[in-house]
Design a protein around this ligand. Structure first.
Ligand code: GLU
Length: 322
């Protein structure tokens, strides 16, 4: 019997040059799909076009090609599930938004950033803030009054239920939506659709069967699965991976300019030393010896990937600093 095809994805936000943490994530997403004979889609998450200009998206593609992380569908090459730039998918997000609105799930939220900070309760285990539902039950009169002063965001009412799923790496996960997730934003006050809606919808519509991404997005999965269920879309399987941190425990980010692909490509003539280091951090290689991306495919195994965040040591940083 034919197994259903595995479809993975890269979903980068082109708000700057990729850094090592982004490459780590893309590498593992690619290896997981390729080790099962699957395909990979490239979707450009440029919802916020000012922060994510097209020029950065082109550089991203060039960087993926340089790394040897060849995708099968999407990006500027297009394909059957296009467009692959979220900035060109607004009509689809609007349709989903209207559907949720017809279901009576959305309500306007007028809270300012400072009101949110003052009122929201941090979630015990990870410090995320949970919306208290302040604007959930405003009367029509109150809504009218408040709308004279500020444009509202649209929030979705989460149901009184537990959402559970099996993470490919971290195992069984469950979340009681009212207390551990809370009503979340579907459309921002400036009209831009929220990442949660766009990602959930696109993964469903593009036929993605497997999402591999950083553990910082683990808490997004219950929201995205619930949105897919609500919109009648299939859900992919999710596999979260540890984050790369600097020696002081700080998460690597776009601010670590010396570890971005622009700087690394000037230092190394090919991607092999970088892929070797990442393969070693992922537990796939005993030593950080230079490799090509495809040489890691047969070595990929979720069981080898560590659970805790991965610290880039000074020695590793020195190697990368050339
Ligand atoms: N666009 C997100 C990022 O670059 C990733 C979203 C996802 O993988 O769902 O951080």
């Amino acid at each position: 019997m034919n197994q259903p095809e595995i479809v993975g994805r890269f979903a980068p936000t082109p708000s700057g040059r990729m850094h090592l943490g982004n490459v780590f994530c893309a590498l593992l997403a690619w290896l997981s799909a390729k080790s099962q004979g699957g395909r990979v889609i490239l979707r450009i998450e440029d919802l916020d076009t000012e922060r994510a200009p097209r020029a950065f998206a082109s550089l991203l593609e060039e960087d993926f090609r340089w790394l040897g992380l060849v995708w099968d569908e999407g990006g500027s090459e297009g394909g059957p599930h296009g467009p692959y730039y979220q900035s060109e998918r607004t009509e689809l997000y609007l349709q989903a938004y209207e559907k949720l609105e017809e279901m009576g799930l959305l309500y306007p939220c007028f809270c300012s950033r400072s009101e949110l900070h003052a009122a929201e309760a941090p979630h015990m285990s990870d410090g995320r803030f949970i919306y208290t539902g302040r604007c959930r039950n405003l009367t029509d009169g109150e809504r009218l009054e408040k709308s004279r002063l500020r444009k509202p965001a649209a929030r979705i009412r989460v149901p009184d239920r537990v959402l559970s799923f099996e993470d490919l790496h971290y195992g069984h996960q469950e979340e009681y939506l009212p207390d551990e997730c809370g009503d979340f934003v579907i459309r921002r006050a400036d009209g831009v659709f929220a990442y949660q809606l766009a990602a959930a919808l696109d993964d469903g519509l593009m036929g993605v069967t497997e999402v591999v991404r950083g553990s910082d997005l683990l808490s997004s999965s219950p929201r995205q699965i619930w949105l897919q269920q609500t919109l009648g879309l299939p859900s992919p399987r999710y596999g979260h991976i540890p984050l790369l941190t600097a020696p002081d425990g700080r998460r690597l980010s776009k601010r670590d300019g010396d570890l971005d692909l622009g700087a690394l490509r000037q230092r190394f003539s090919g991607p092999e030393p970088i892929l070797g280091l990442l393969g070693h951090l992922a537990g796939l290689l005993d030593r950080p010896e230079p490799v090509k991306a495809e040489e890691l495919i047969p070595l990929f195994d979720w069981n080898k990937i560590p659970a805790d965040d991965l610290v880039m040591t000074e020695e590793m940083l020195r190697t990368l600093n050339g």
